[in-house]
Design a protein around this ligand. Structure first.
Ligand code: ZN
Ligand code: ZN
Ligand code: ZN
Length: 345
């Protein structure tokens, strides 16, 4: 009997056992019934705007374009395309007065959770999730991510902005209305920091971006999923999640802030194609996705933004939680092949 492979992440000191012997097929994870959030009055649906705090960003349709505005105390805009509202139970909250950054860190092991926690309502249509969204609507979503990112990074206490999406109850979406979340925080989270440190070190060693190298290599190999003029999609070599894939821009960019409208459109199309491929393949599985980017203006060469998509098909239990070592029962090569087939069918 052969051994399983233990693979190391491109950059992180994170190892995964690729359990090829168990040889699970992606469709083994397909469930007939997905657990749904309990139906109740949806605070994100049109008409219920008063159930949320005033929006920090609203897109309104104006002729062929979009008017960008926000709500005020008692005024809630109606007939919106996109709304971004503060989370009712924020993990990070804005300072009441101007808090000097030095006051956020109290001790070596204690800081105040100063920041922002917002919910981006992706569509007035309850079920317009990215796998099925109109491209025009998905373009609004991406543009709104960028608008909020631009505004939040301007706050002196914000060190990082995490833009992520939970899909399905099992992936943490307690409300089923199509939405993403944005958390602006006063420190750089561990995984991004580790990626950034490693990529900076490699840039200084090799004089080029490691992500540019990775995407070029993966597009030539068995883990490529999709490629178009602006983006590459692949199943990462040491995926910890079954069916995990990453979307990465071919043009070297450290952050989303410089996306052109043509790139936004292609990104929306790429995202929809891949998530729809996943949905068809595994019957609308729960998933999480998150952007990785850097806000360090002097580090544009060293880092390369990307979106990581983690289908929630495995249950991480005692071994993974107590060791930080993962077992993935679908090889990234099989994941990529299945996604390619699903996308092209
Ligand atoms: Zn709704
Ligand atoms: Zn690069
Ligand atoms: Zn990453």
């Amino acid at each position: 009997m052969g051994f399983n492979e233990v693979r190391k992440d491109y950059l992180l000191d994170r190892w995964v056992v690729i359990a090829t012997e168990r040889g699970r097929r992606p469709t083994d994870f397909s469930k007939k019934e997905r657990e749904q959030a309990k139906p109740s009055v949806c605070p994100m649906c049109p008409g219920n705007e008063h159930m949320t705090p005033p929006a920090t960003l609203v897109y309104l349709k104006r002729g062929k374009g979009v008017k960008k505005t926000k709500d005020h105390d008692n005024v809630r805009h109606k007939n919106w395309l996109i709304r971004c509202v503060p989370n009712l139970y924020p993990a990070f909250a804005p300072p009441k007065e101007k808090t000097a950054p030095k006051k956020i860190v109290k001790r070596r092991d204690l800081a105040l959770a100063v920041g922002h926690h917002e919910v981006l309502i992706e569509s007035p249509n309850h079920d317009e999730h990215p796998a099925d969204a109109r491209i025009a609507q998905l373009i609004h979503v991406i543009n709104a991510y960028v608008d909020r990112l631009r505004q939040l990074v301007a706050e002196p206490y914000v060190q990082y902005v995490s833009i992520f999406r939970n899909h399905g109850l099992e992936a943490g979406a307690s409300l089923s209305h199509a939405h993403s979340q944005i958390i602006a925080m006063p420190f750089i989270p561990k995984i991004v920091k580790e990626e950034f440190k490693a990529s900076t070190k490699l840039w200084k060693q090799n004089g080029k971006c490691v992500f540019c190298d990775i995407l070029e290599r993966e597009m030539d190999g068995p883990r490529h999923v999709l490629e178009n003029s602006q983006f590459a999609v692949f199943a990462p070599y040491a995926s910890v999640n079954p069916m995990e894939f990453w979307i990465i821009p071919k043009k070297h960019e450290a952050t989303l802030l410089n996306l052109s409208q043509s790139e936004v459109k292609t990104f929306a199309e790429t995202l929809k194609t891949c998530l729809n491929g996943l949905k068809q393949l595994v019957n609308d599985p729960p998933y999480n996705y998150g952007f990785h980017l850097t806000l360090n203006k002097d580090a544009g060469d060293y880092y390369h933004w990307h979106l990581e998509v983690y289908p929630r098909l495995a249950i991480w239990a005692g071994f993974e939680k107590s060791t930080g070592v993962y077992i993935n029962t679908v090889t990234p090569e099989v994941a990529a092949e299945s996604l390619r087939k699903s996308i092209s069918s």
